[in-house]
Design a binder for this molecule. Structure first.
Ligand code: ADP
Ligand code: SF4
Length: 694
């Protein structure tokens, strides 16, 4: 196939200062949870994006000095020349495929904890840390400013030495020192770096000029700038000082990378925003500069990309999450394979990796984070290891991914699903408010399987152990999912809740299917992931009187990690949901719920006609055990292996089920790992030299 001429514009080269990008696909700086902590994993991750056709591939935050120490968070590091070799791994990997390598140099200023360096965070003025519980930052004097400029310049030189093509100056996300200088709420100086905007911009201008001077002969100098902080007059606004900054610095950088701040607005989820959501904020920038502009907005549709360029909003289609979910997005557009694009669902599971100091994972793309340690490739997979037939029972995320990946390997696959449609939990979860885009997990796999003659799908086909044995495939894998409990057992209760058997006590699936009686509803969210909050939102939108009761301190506590917490809180409160935090449900009575304070255990009763229990799930594993218990019958039926994947192993995130299905498909008939106890590579520090000095 060849590409549609409508998309030709996306493949035009664009000059950025002294370098030229081969097309308009730009993987903007984004965290991976790997960075300098897992440099080989990081390099392999970036390499696949370069191979997939992105013209520019950037690092995550790269710390320039120990006063900006993000550890144990997995950022990159260019503190001194010792870091250059590690850093260069990613640059070399990206260059292998002819892409430009960009580095986002960062000093985190008053947002840093400096946990390992134990150095004092710095700021324009003496200031409380941006994050509570982190140390206060010290106001910088002129000598400190001079030092900061030197650190930045030295880091730029090291980046150049490591092979960087695009060097970023960072003033975004409210976690960068030059941005802190810009903001009057942090900058209370009365010298030439404080007061009027021209003064507050001074440091940013100086650092841009320093960087040009140091490395601008061969490297493009990019400015990542948040034009709006999404906090109204309390912060930077795109049509006020945000715009003035762009006017003042219009042609100083070689490239403008513009977005909104903080990170929760920049990486907003599909639950709270649509593709292209940043355009209204950033559209003005191109009118003020002759330099190229890159913007983001979860673009996965080539038509939306072309429109953004033709409208004059941006020159480069910036992407973090769309490039995580599909590293080969540009190649697929180039080759006219639009239907093959694995579109990001905007769930921010990738972000949770960074926020837990762990290598990133992705709901749509199970290969993320496994590129180096398991040697997985996003597009390629080994051939079949035999002519064996595989039967997959259950077509939710785990079963669908196993079927897709086994089909790609060339196995004869049969996928049997009890319901009339494939998708499993996705089918009811995506009917809930804000989760429609998650259906892409199902739809992309349906599209792929639909083109595979070797994958047969049988709907409306409940299989029990007898039917499975009768089918007689050489390999059987159970992907039969899990069911939400209706007895209240979960984190807080290890035995059934008194009264849980009463009528009016229901589970999440019942809410999605509209099986909710009249009267006030309590959503008891002991799960504390996302679902309790989403169900409360649906019920409130349906006009119900809703109280969300949770033992947690937050609402849907997991959404802190996905950056959604403030939006969840705001939405539920605006919809009139009563929120009772640090509160337990201890018993159900006739028309009432008995609640208890999690600290004092003092109880009270509140009216509740319906109680939705969001506590934990039971794996649907009975058929697996019936099969496994009778190896003699398996032998007689010609069944060599019986596997189990996804939520029926242990209920978890959709991302975990997809990964499990993929892992099963990769491992079938594959030679066992060298060390089955640790079935992946680890990045060891070589301590041979250091050992002498201990
Ligand atoms: P996962 O996230 O692990 O993929 P899901 O609950 O989303 O789990 O999907 C499990 C799927 O398995 C559901 O679509 C369900 O209808 C199907 N299923 C469960 N038991 C059987 C069975 N015995 N035969 C066929 N399909 C089944
Ligand atoms: Fe997109 Fe979710 Fe994957 Fe992140 S984890 S890239 S938001 S699909």
């Amino acid at each position: 196939m060849s590409r549609d001429a409508r998309y030709d514009i996306l493949f035009e080269p664009v000059k950025i200062g002294p370098v030229t990008a081969k097309n308009r696909f730009f993987q903007v700086p984004h965290c991976t949870g790997m960075g300098s902590n897992w440099p080989l994993s990081h390099a392999a991750f970036r390499r696949q994006r370069a191979e997939g056709g992105w013209a520019v591939i950037c690092t995550e935050e790269t710390m320039i000095h120990p006063t900006s120490d993000a550890y144990p968070g997995a950022s990159m590091r260019l503190w001194d020349d010792d870091d250059v070799k590690t850093f260069a791994l990613a640059a070399d990997a990206v260059h292998e495929h002819g892409s430009l390598f960009g580095v986002e140099l960062v000093h985190g200023g008053l947002s840093r904890a400096n946990r390992t360096s134990r150095m004092t965070p710095v700021a324009p003025s003496h200031t409380a840390n941006k994050y509570p519980t982190r140390p206060q930052a010290r106001g910088m004097d002129k000598a400190d400013i001079k030092e900061f400029r030197r650190w930045h310049r030295d880091a730029a030189l090291r980046a150049k030495k490591a092979g960087t093509d695009v060097v970023y100056v960072y003033a975004a996300h409210n976690i960068a020192l030059p941005m802190h200088f810009l903001l009057p709420r942090y900058n209370r100086r009365n010298d030439e770096y404080g007061g009027k905007l021209e003064n507050r911009v001074r440091l940013l201008r100086e650092v841009l000029e320093d960087t040009h001077e140091a490395v601008g002969d061969t490297c493009a100098v990019a400015l990542r700038f948040a034009v709006d902080e999404c906090m109204g007059a309390d912060g930077l606004e795109w049509d006020k000082e945000g715009r003035e900054v762009v006017e003042m610095l219009a042609d100083v950088p070689d490239l403008w990378d513009v977005n909104v701040s903080g990170w929760e607005y920049d990486s907003n989820t599909s639950r709270f925003s649509e593709e292209g959501y940043q355009e209204p904020y950033i559209a003005f920038v191109k009118q003020l500069t002759s330099k190229p502009v890159v913007g983001v907005g979860r673009y996965t549709s080539p038509d939306a990309m072309v429109a953004a360029i033709k409208k004059g909003v941006m020159d480069f289609i910036g992407a973090a999450r769309p490039a995580i979910a599909d590293p080969f997005l540009p190649k697929k557009i180039e080759e006219g394979r639009i239907d093959d694009i694995r579109e990001c669902i905007g769930c921010n599971i990738c972000v949770t990796g960074n926020n837990t100091f762990a290598p990133m994972r992705c709901t749509q793309n199970p290969v993320v984070g496994e590129e180096w340690r398991r040697g997985w490739h996003a597009e390629r997979i080994g051939p079949t290891g035999s002519d064996d037939q595989v039967l997959i029972v259950g077509g939710g995320p785990a079963g669908l991914e196993a079927a897709r990946a086994l089909g790609q390997r060339g196995y004869a696959v049969t996928l049997a699903e009890r319901e009339k449609e494939l998708g499993g939990r996705l089918n009811w979860e995506t009917s809930l408010p804000g989760l429609a885009a998650w259906a892409r997990v199902r739809d992309w796999r349906l599209g792929q399987i639909g083109t595979m003659a070797n994958v047969q799908v049988y709907l409306d086909s409940f299989l029990d152990d007898n039917a499975i044995r009768q089918f007689g495939a050489a390999h059987v894998v159970l992907a039969t999912g899990a069911t939400w409990r209706r007895d209240g057992v979960g984190h807080s209760h290890h035995h059934a809740l008194p009264g849980a058997g009463r009528s009016g006590v229901i589970g999440p699936e019942d809410v999605a299917r509209g099986h909710v009686g009249e009267g006030p509803v309590i959503v008891y969210d002991d799960d504390q992931m996302y679902l309790g909050g989403v169900l409360a939102e649906k019920l409130a939108r349906d006009g119900r009187d809703v109280t969300l009761v949770t033992p947690g301190s937050d609402v849907s506590a997991f959404t802190i990690l996905t950056l959604e917490q403030p939006f969840v809180q705001q939405r539920l409160r605006e919809l009139g949901v009563t929120i009772l935090q640090q509160t337990d449900l201890v018993a159900v009575h006739d028309g009432e719920a008995e609640l208890a304070c999690v600290f004092t255990r003092a109880t009270r009763r509140v009216p509740a006609a319906t109680i939705v229990l969001v506590t934990s799930r039971v794996p649907n594993e009975a058929i697996y055990h019936k099969l496994a218990r009778r190896p003699d019958l398996l032998d007689a039926a010609g069944i060599k292996t019986v596997g189990i994947i996804g939520d029926c192993v242990a209920p978890g995130l959709i991302a975990a089920a997809v990964h499990d299905g993929h892992l099963y498909a990769r491992e079938l008939d594959a030679p066992p790992p060298e060390n089955p106890d640790v079935p992946f590579l680890r990045e060891h520090m070589d301590l041979r030299e250091e050992r002498e000095s201990v």
